[in-house]
Design a protein around this ligand. Structure first.
Ligand SMILES: *[C@@H]1O[C@H](CO)[C@@H](O)[C@H](O)[C@H]1NC(C)=O
Ligand SMILES: *[C@@H]1O[C@H](CO)[C@@H](O)[C@H](O)[C@H]1NC(C)=O
Ligand SMILES: *[C@@H]1O[C@H](CO)[C@@H](O)[C@H](O)[C@H]1NC(C)=O
Length: 365
């Protein structure tokens, strides 16, 4: 090869590297590194943790750690104070390491603060608890009723949020016939979020999975009525959906309103457990409500009809409610409403993995 050929080849090579880097910079991925802090699992010693500040596992400087310790040995005593430290228009991953304890506070991650991780201990998620107790009928400062949306103990409006190894709860206990007892534990409205081994506890309207694409992996979600609701596109994989209903209740109330929306709740390899005798797998909150259960283990707490049209019969034509290869007494489809579907493999495939949530564009797990 002559000198000219060599030069051209070199230029092409450099151009390829440049294009690749640009593409990478434009599309941010969530990886395991984003929800972990090394050493943390076997040692909570504060001095050791500080050793990892401003570095991630690979010694990468593009990451910050803020330590929250209610006993005062961290950077802040509350989770909100740590969120407040994250700069507006943040562009690097900030891991907020929350040491064990019950943090009684209402937390809000605003849209202007993307790339925030709440990290507890994945092996002991119940030891790090973010807890509050607003319900829909409570009053706001101006005297108006809070309404369901404003009750969330933790609200996340930013993109690329992650959480692992923590519990988020709303301690209000909805009683049957009670007035506006809706009490959200977590409201998540940012796009692209991963929750791993997070416990989300409440009774009525526990998880407001409002909008965006979300991946819930090995989470525990507890409630009684519509305890997973909203219009997100979410995959719940290997999660436990735990009912605390007295008799009646519902797991998923999905709010899709048109065929054009790519949203839906997909439950894959989850287990459905708890109390009650007549839970619905889902209720059609929107005309095109979409919920699918695949490979799930469902206890005998489900209403044999399985699904509800929310007393809006026209929704029977457009709601997409499917079941594929589920097990357990609650999975018996013989008395199911005729407008729900027993999926064939081909129909289930789009819902079975992270492709459903567009994971190829933002997940590297
Ligand atoms: C954050 O970004 C928005 C939109 O680009 C901009 O309007 C705003 O001034 C920025 N704020 C700060 C504090 O950088
Ligand atoms: C379901 O999850 C278990 C682990 O919890 C795993 O061993 C099994 O392979 C999974 N099954 C399917 C069908 O994904
Ligand atoms: C749902 O469908 C009904 C009946 O077709 C219609 O009247 C209503 O406007 C629809 N709702 C929405 C939000 O599109």
């Amino acid at each position: 090869m002559d000198f000219k050929g060599f030069t051209v080849l070199t230029l092409v090579f450099l151009l390829l590297i440049f294009v690749h880097n640009e593409a990478y910079a434009l599309s941010r991925y969530i990886t395991w590194d984003d929800i972990r802090i090394p050493e943390r699992e076997d040692d909570y010693d504060y001095d050791k943790i500080t050793g990892f500040r401003n570095r991630d596992e690979g010694g990468n400087e593009d990451c910050r750690v803020i330590v929250v310790d209610q006993n005062g040995r961290g950077d802040t005593r509350t989770v909100q104070a740590a969120v407040d430290m994250v700069p507006v228009n943040n562009s690097i991953r900030v891991k907020i390491l929350i040491l064990p304890g019950v943090y009684r506070e209402k937390v809000m991650v605003p849209a202007s603060k993307p790339y925030v991780s709440f990290v507890g201990d994945p092996k002991h998620a119940s030891e790090t608890v973010l807890s509050w107790n607003d319900k829909a009928s409570d009053r706001y400062k101006d005297g108006s009723e809070l309404g369901t949306y404003r009750t969330a103990s933790v609200a996340v409006e930013s993109d690329y949020f992650c959480a692992s190894g923590i519990t988020i709860e709303n301690t209000v206990v909805a009683v049957a016939g009670g007035y506006k007892m809706q009490a959200v534990a977590l409201r998540i409205a940012g796009n692209k979020a991963v929750l791993y081994r997070v416990r989300i506890l409440g009774t009525q309207d526990t998880l407001l999975d409002e909008t965006g694409s979300h991946y819930f992996y090995r989470c525990y979600i507890q409630g009684s009525v519509d305890f997973i609701f909203g219009n997100s596109r979410s995959l719940f994989k290997e999660c436990r959906l735990h009912s605390v209903a007295d008799r009646y209740g519902a797991i998923a109330a999905h709010h899709r309103n048109s065929e054009q929306e790519d949203t839906g709740f997909s439950f894959v390899n989850c287990s459905v457990t708890g109390t009650g005798v007549a839970l619905f797998l889902g209720r059609a909150w929107g005309n095109y409500s979409r919920a699918v259960y695949s490979y799930c283990d469902i206890d005998n707490i489900i209403d044999p009809s399985g699904w509800s049209d929310w007393n809006q019969p026209w929704r029977q034509r457009t709601a997409v409610f499917g079941e594929y290869e589920c097990r357990g007494k609650g999975a018996d489809r013989r008395k199911r409403v005729s407008w729900s579907k027993s999926f064939q493999f081909e129909e289930a495939v789009p819902f079975l993995d992270t492709d459903f949530i567009g994971g190829e564009d933002w997940l590297r797990l």
